[in-house]
Design a binder for this molecule. Structure first.
Ligand code: NAD
Length: 305
């Protein structure tokens, strides 16, 4: 029987779909990660989310492996080149969670602008910081989207509904009809950061984008603006961000992703004008269900064809 090992939890619908296709599902979710290698020898496919690292050791132990399925987008936890060199297909579900990440982004913008996390924290301590919680509206402000791919576009649509003007920077400019349809204007990076009230990052972490948002870009950002990173840790230089937040150059920031995850200690913890979430962009019922079903469909298709 063709075997699929599930290394990180995926939705029950995804599991049922694999079984319905006649595949044997091996639940490896409770196997300690350092022991996983001992359980992959006879698997035809493995399915992971972000927790399992599929490096050379696992790939070498999985003698029958044909497919590595990632329920989600980022492939940073998989040694893709090595897998491909062994003829193993690596697939993911890039569309499944775009709406979840876009909605979180809007939530983070609002949380910073309206000081939602700060107010909540203070109330629990017994204070009533109404005056300190005076915020700003999204309406009429300029959103600068850096990276106008799947998520960036969904963010742009939602920001437009809040009455924001949306400008964007990307290495690929959108066709004019798409710019018109989305209601977005292209700008070079330096111009975008100098005009935007909110800069939101939606591009991958690559050699070119590592520390794209560094001291020099932060200095070019508009006084009192806001930075949101729900893309990948490492795109923002967190030390430089700390300085920009502490000096008052930025009104605030929100991060869902970090240079080192999980984030256990950070100077950012000292600051009230930063909202931190534990990499939850894709973490919704609907997003995870979609990702589970999509990856199951794709894995089954590759194994059965
Ligand atoms: P996508 O590939 O659809 O879009 C990325 C965009 O970035 C593309 O338009 C691309 O041209 C652009 N880009 C690439 N390099 C660039 C550069 N150097 N300068 C400017 N633009 C550049 O990706 P997506 O699905 O929209 O995902 C965007 C980001 O969100 C990724 O980093 C992804 O890993 C991240 N993400 C985060 C979460 C989360 O949980 N927070 C969940 C899913 C995805």
């Amino acid at each position: 029987m063709v075997k699929v090992g599930i290394c990180d939890p995926i939705s029950e619908e995804g599991i049922q779909l694999l079984k319905a296709k006649g595949l044997e599902v091996v639940d490896l979710t409770s196997v300690p990660k350092e022991k996983l290698q001992e359980h992959v020898g006879d698997l035809d496919a493995i399915v992971v989310r972000s927790a399992t690292k599929v490096r050379k050791d696992i790939i070498d132990s999985a003698k029958k492996l044909k497919v590595i399925g990632r329920a989600g987008v980022g492939l940073d936890n998989i040694d893709v080149d090595y897998a491909k060199s062994k003829g193993i297909a690596v697939i993911n579900t890039p569309d499944a969670t775009s709406i979840s990440v876009a909605e979180l982004t809007i939530g983070l913008i609002l949380a910073v602008m309206r000081k939602i996390s700060f107010g909540d924290r203070e109330i629990r301590k017994g204070s009533w910081p109404k005056k300190k919680c005076k915020g700003i509206e999204m309406y009429g402000k300029v959103l600068g989207v850096i990276g106008i791919g799947r998520i960036g576009r969904e963010v742009a649509k939602r920001a437009r509904a809040f009455g924001m003007r949306v400008i964007y920077y990307d290495i690929y400019r959108l066709p004019q009809n798409m710019e018109e349809e989305l209601g977005v204007e292209y700008m070079e990076l330096d111009d975008l950061v100098s005009i935007a009230d909110v800069v939101s990052l939606h591009l991958p972490l690559t050699e070119e984008t590592r520390h794209l948002i560094d001291k020099s870009i932060l200095e070019k950002m508009k006084e009192g603006s806001i930075l949101i990173n729900a893309a990948r840790g490492g795109i923002v230089d967190e030390d430089a961000l700390y300085e920009a937040l502490q000096s008052g150059k930025l009104y605030g920031a929100a991060l869902d992703v970090y240079e080192v995850e999980p984030l256990k200690e950070s100077k950012l913890f000292e600051l009230d004008n930063v909202v931190l979430t534990p990499h939850i962009g894709a973490q919704t019922r609907e997003g995870q269900r979609r990702a589970g079903v999509e990856i199951a469909k794709k894995v089954a298709e590759l194994l059965i064809s």
